[in-house]
Ligand binder design. Structure first.
Ligand code: PEP
Ligand code: MN
Length: 267
């Protein structure tokens, strides 16, 4: 299935404004062409996914780990879109990454938690987006600071981006906890209260950091009336090059989405 640029824009517009829940899935990182294409095809085969995600540039907290395949992965993602008919989203953190993503027709951009904390980086991304008509999702900053999250939303909006959405991926804290990033649901609820017109999507993968609580975290966000989910998936989760513990197969994702109790208006 191949959509023209215009029909894909319309498809994204419809998803953005009216597909609830909006389901985004794909690998933490694009690793190889075959991994990207097989993941995309198996996700599309479930019939439950609206948009493909893939990390192309990975902001690793510590050096020495896989830092993303880089621009080389963008044609794979474009190919995945052509094969499945699903729009794509990637994380961008610099002006060059925005330029590269746009040149490979990425449909939605997202700003990651380690970028939202840095006003210089957010401003650089926002400036690169001036005059571009594309939806942008903004993850909460890694620290529990609603002003930084709000500031990132404002910078992107001031650059002229009309479709801005929020992604709640939890907040880091020192020490061991049940979660990789504590959800602190009240903060996301407060952010939504301040921005009632922005869709809010839950990222249970980075909140949980592990597979066994993904469903419970997803269910909680559904119960709180979130607009969608972004969940990491991989054809071979245990051997993923990043975030191996939290990724699930496309088929497991489909089962999980089936088991979630959705709001009446969504089913
Ligand atoms: C990711 O989505 O893979 C990612 C790096 O997420 P976050 O910015 O939430 O840590
Ligand atoms: Mn990840």
């Amino acid at each position: 299935m191949q959509a023209t640029d215009q029909t894909m824009k319309e498809q994204v517009q419809t998803l953005w404004t009216s597909k609830r829940p909006l389901i985004i899935s794909g690998p933490c990182s694009a690793e190889t062409e075959s991994q990207m294409l097989e993941t995309a095809q198996r996700l599309a085969a479930t019939g439950k996914v609206d948009m493909l995600r893939a990390g192309i540039w990975k902001p690793r907290t510590r050096p020495g780990m896989f830092e993303g395949i880089g621009v080389k992965g963008l044609p794979w993602l474009l190919q995945a879109k052509k094969i499945t008919g699903l729009p794509t989203t990637v994380e961008v953190a610099t002006a060059k990454q925005v330029e590269d993503a746009l040149s490979f027709d990425v449909d939605v951009l997202w700003i990651g938690a380690r970028t939202t904390v840095n006003p210089f980086s957010v401003q650089e991304v926002a400036d690169a987006l001036r005059g571009v008509d594309i939806p942008v999702l903004i993850k909460n900053p890694i620290n529990p600071d609603l002003e930084l999250w709000t500031g990132a939303v404002e910078r992107v909006q001031k650059a002229g981006i009309k479709q801005v959405g929020l992604i709640h991926r939890g907040f880091s804290s020192y020490g061991n906890s049940e979660y990789r990033n504590a959800p602190m649901w009240h903060l996301a609820i407060e952010m939504k209260r301040r921005n009632p017109d922005l869709p809010i999507i839950c990222d249970p993968s980075h909140i949980s950091g592990r597979r066994d609580i993904l469903q419970a975290v997803s269910q909680k966000s559904v119960d709180l009336d979130y607009d969608g989910l972004m969940i990491e998936s991989h054809i071979d989760p245990d051997n993923a090059w990043s975030d191996a513990k939290q990724q699930i197969t496309p088929e497991r994702l489909a089962e999980m989405l089936n088991d979630i109790v959705w709001r009446k208006e969504d089913v």
